[in-house]
Design a protein around this ligand. Structure first.
Ligand code: SAM
Length: 232
């Protein structure tokens, strides 16, 4: 059990609530505390959705589901899938979805899974509409406590740490899945990473040949990419 009296123990976990994109989300120690910068990803997803008459959204690594919920009022989005590898995180996501989404015409699904494996290995088929995929996957260097604030050690490691070499590996796997998946409509993939992974993101996406844009957070640091994957 964590020491909730520790001076670094996050207030958000004590209060059980956090504000994100003007909404009040339930939060527990099973999920990452949403960071303000992730709003930049949400804004991009909302803007893309507004340009498409009808689309679906898959939020991979959904955590407390802040990204999906913050896009749910855009009417062109007809379905949202919330997906995470952590069953505990999904339980929180489901509560937030039910509390905060008023639309009755929006189809909501919650799926346990490793990135897009439900589609690449387990026979699920992608929606037959243009698709927006959002992902804020773990990207911190393993045990890089020196560059992390002390309260971070109370957050789930599964939500923080990337793999072992570039810490961009989860995105490498996701890109590989998307290169091989059959889809008849455009896919717009929007991802968040750390400032020291911008070059790696650029090089990897350019090598694949997808059109993309890198965009900044509120401090001007370029650590998001919006990628267009044409039908294949
Ligand atoms: C950095 S947190 C982001 C949570 C939330 N989307 C946000 O922006 O605040 C990363 C999330 O990815 C999930 N995750 C980690 N590895 C995953 C994988 N291989 N497949 C799917 N989800 C994964 C974690 O459980 C965690 O909820």
């Amino acid at each position: 059990m964590p020491n909730t009296n520790h001076p670094d123990y996050p207030e958000e976990y004590i209060l059980g609530r956090v504000q994100f994109f003007s909404k009040d989300f339930i939060i527990t120690p099973d999920v990452l505390i949403p960071r303000l910068e992730t709003e930049c990803l949400v804004r991009k997803a909302r803007n893309i959705a507004r340009t498409i008459p009808e689309c679906s959204l898959i939020d991979i690594g959904t955590g407390s589901w802040i990204i999906g919920v913050s896009c749910a009022d855009i009417e062109s989005i007809r379905s949202i899938e919330f997906s995470d590898i952590s069953p505990d995180a999904l339980a929180v996501a489901e509560k937030n979805a039910r509390n905060l989404i008023a639309r009755k015409d929006l189809s909501l699904t919650f799926s346990l899974g490793n990135l897009l494996e439900n589609y690449t290995l387990h026979g699920k088929t992608l929606p037959k509409t243009p698709l927006i995929i959002t992902a804020n996957l773990p990207y911190i260097k393993q045990d890089d406590w020196e560059h992390m604030s002390p309260d971070t050690k109370f957050e789930p490691e599964l939500a923080l740490f990337g793999w072992k070499t570039t810490w961009f590996e989860l995105y490498d796997i996701l890109f590989e899945q998307l290169k091989n998946i059959k889809h008849s409509e455009d896919i717009f993939l929007i991802i968040e990473f750390w400032y020291d992974q911008t070059d790696i993101a650029r090089k990897t996406i350019e090598k694949i040949g997808w059109k993309y844009e890198i965009f900044p957070d509120y401090a001007g640091i370029e650590r998001f990419a919006s990628i267009h994957i044409p039908p294949q």
